[in-house]
Write a protein that binds this ligand. Sequence first.
Ligand code: ADP
Ligand code: MG
Ligand code: ZN
Length: 497
Amino acid sequence: MEYELVIGLEIHAELNTSTKMFCGCHNDPLEHHPNVNICPVCMAHPGALPVINRDAVEKVIRVGLALGGDISAYSQFDRKNYFYPDLPKGYQISQYKYPIVLGGNLHGVRITRVHLEEDTGRLQHIDTEMGHESSSSGQQATLIDYNRAGVPLMELVTEPDIRTAADARAFAEELHQILRYVNASDADMEKGQMRIEANISIRPLGETTFGTKVEVKNINSFRAVEKAIIYELQRQQEVLEQGEKVKQETRGWDDVNQRTVSQRSKESAHDYRYFPEPDLPPLNLTAGGGFDIEHIKNTLPELPTAKRARFETQYALPSKIISFLVSDKPFADYFEQASSELAAWLGESKRSEFQKASAILASYMSSDLQSLLVAKEAHITDTLITPENFAELVKMIYTNELSSRAAKDVLARMFADGSDPSTIVEEENLRQVSNASALDEIVKKIIQENQKPVEDYRAGKTAALQMLIGKVMKETKGAANPEIAREVLMKLLEGAQ
Ligand code: ADP
Ligand code: MG
Ligand code: ZN
């Protein structure tokens, strides 16, 4: 029997505000020293009162607008009551009935809601070796770091509209980009700034009612989103084929063993005893309440989908390269700054030349520059190369002043010390020699010094010519234009016979 997947995602993202959700503490959950970003409010001391962080509210509004959702004119915080050691108040301030955002759509997946809440502290379970008393299993202890307690957290819930593991991953990756584009969250999954829970069920193909869902937590990468769903499809299929029923439960993704494991059953809904947070006023998300939604909408940056479409028409680049450039806004911005230099240089009318030059730029950025950045664990915003200098390098490649071999060396030096390409080319004498007569002397010398390949070539082994070209390139430190070198070699080899 063939089965179809049904997937709905619940995604949490820590907002990159400077302070926490309800107090003035520094929002830095990655702070190395535990329990330094804390105060009576986020430590739930009696009588300490929360104050809403306006910036966090605005970031959620921006996300909602970017997803085409409706911003609720009336929104409200609720208490979600449950006990956990990382939750000092004994309840979490969240939103239940009146979330900030309702509706929206991304990649054809309907967004149910986006709401605002606070993050919990962080528990760390450790093994302590207690001297002579230590048992083989060691002593267990738990440390609690409250630096993260009260950090603004956004939760987005989708409708169960996703049908494949690849689509679930694509949705998460696109949302990740949007969160960064609108500057709501840094959304680094490795750092726990973006956390994905996948609700997964299966049903026989053609069936219209949903099957029983399993909720998978602890998904720590985009790859794992895909893997966990594929694993669940397989597992649930086997359960059904054995005539059993899928149990409604929470499972965790075990990245080491690449499988999901049961964590707890979820037979009945929790009763969190939600009620309106009495210490906070409701939110009036209208111009009257100080939130000019139209204005916020108008100040959103160009979003990835629109940018990809514009890049397509403006630069006519392959879609893979466009996706790469657009995936990181500063990278796309850098490309456009350098490319505008090329446009100014070539002039308005020369559209196809401009696109050709831009393609060289895009290709050097996505391969060579990207490798240099990765090797240094650096980001485009750290590079010493100015967009103007990068455009200068592209001009030299475009006009054949630089061979592609030499261009790589020049780029590496630009990257290392930020110097401009024309200086490097002068200093290292790398200007491509395209002038045939200038190569004559060098080619004569190479022929003199390499009698064996010369004879081979004359005996009909054409591969020997490639070797001689290589010698010329080496002699000129890559400055010779290989096409011209080939022509001069052939001319002199024929002539001297
Ligand atoms: P719960 O009350 O268990 O949290 P919700 O109805 O609030 O369940 O849905 C939570 C998430 O699970 C949403 O993303 C929703 O789209 C998804 N979901 C609901 N039912 C199913 C199902 N049968 N299969 C897969 N996902 C589902
Ligand atoms: Mg849920
Ligand atoms: Zn605090």
